[in-house]
Design a protein around this ligand. Sequence first.
Ligand code: 5AD
Ligand code: SF4
Length: 465
Amino acid sequence: MSETKKVFIKTYGCQMNVYDSERMTDTLAPLGWIEAPSAEEADLVILNTCHIREKASEKVYSELGRMRVLKSEKAERGEKLLVGVAGCVAQAEGREIARRAPVVDMVFGPQSYHHLPDLLTRTGNGARVVETEFPVEDKFDHLAPATREKTIARGLTAFLTVQEGCDKFCTFCVVPYTRGVETSRPVDRILAEARRLADAGVREVTLLGQNVNGFHGEGPDGTAWGLGRLCRALAEIPGLDRIRYTTSHPRDMSDDLIAAHRDLPQLMPYLHLPVQSGSDRILAAMNRRHGRDDYLRLIDRIRAARPDMALSGDFIVGFPGETEEDFQATLRIVEEVGYASAFSFKYSARPGTPAAGEADQIAEGVKIERLARLQAAIDAATRAFNLSRLGMTMDVLLEKPGRRPGQLAGRSPWLQAVHLEAPSELLGRIVPVRVEAVAANSLSAALLDPPSRSEPPVSVHGVAQ
Ligand code: 5AD
Ligand code: SF4
């Protein structure tokens, strides 16, 4: 393909999809595809979809309705539009999407994005293609070397997928079915990608995986490395000053990973560790394989190793059979843990998952009411956490220009957004600040001693200066 073509990728759902969308762009780049700013200006639109809750899947079909209109408008002007559906809805529904939405030219699951060039050739010949196999190969190896070198940072922070899929089979969750069983990437590939990111100016990397702390990638020594050991190796990479990872399961929080939090200043003191419910009865029905006390004791151990550790979580309200008493236990655990932030969702019955077939489904009105109460409790916890930072001195990675001229914005170690007056030369630096005010979703701070001039200049390729 010699002429320039434009692709617009619309991403739904988790950070893993954000990462996958970037890799799709990288895969298409050597074929002359560039990114379009909108679907209207594109020759190819890919919806990278999420299947986790019903609402997320429904969005895809309404967007496909819009694509049908766009495609016929373009056809009237003699222009062509190809439409692809990728990600977890594609994986779960496959041919059903092609049947329900004739506008779709190709459907491909999360394990197939490296086949995109081939899929495009096939659709170019007029075929509609559906590819939702789980290949045994590592899709990450299939980026052409030239492309991989170009897999550069788009800023100072980047995602890096280290693990995919999940074997936990929580009874509400589609992930084991859409992303497949747990697989970890080999350590040398991850370290190579991390080095490339650091060379391109990235200072903070977030390791991604549906069950990231279950990571067990093959190490250079032939043994399986856990996430703690991987973090220790990543911490050796010059320039990579901050390491985060998400999402973790309480059962996989190993002693070594906890010790890594004690030993590595690069490992940020913020942990997304979903508990889903505070009730032992519901946790058992969810097949979480731990109880409320196990979770609280685990947090005690983590905080013993890293006293300033902030916690975040996910909660589901209205799981089948949840009583008011069970829900009260969830409210109590929110209070006991003192979350820095948390996501909460109404239970959504997903086809094919065990809980969807339970008889005692909870009425929508009850779910709405419990969600509102839980969100109020979480908001209060977040406010308390943010207020506890008032007057505190902390390091902030300055990531981008702030809202007002003369301001820069960045993140605290605890992932809070921080705004401060600072000269633009400090973009890309980690600077000490003092928190002066706390708003609902961000902190305002003042720069402390400007960083010493002896600190080597940091390259900030890919950052708008
Ligand atoms: N209904 C509601 N929330 C769900 N989650 C996963 N599956 C469901 C479901 N069927 C939530 C969990 C998970 C987060 C990513 O999405 O809280 O941690
Ligand atoms: Fe889904 Fe997470 Fe449970 Fe795996 S551990 S089944 S991804 S909720």
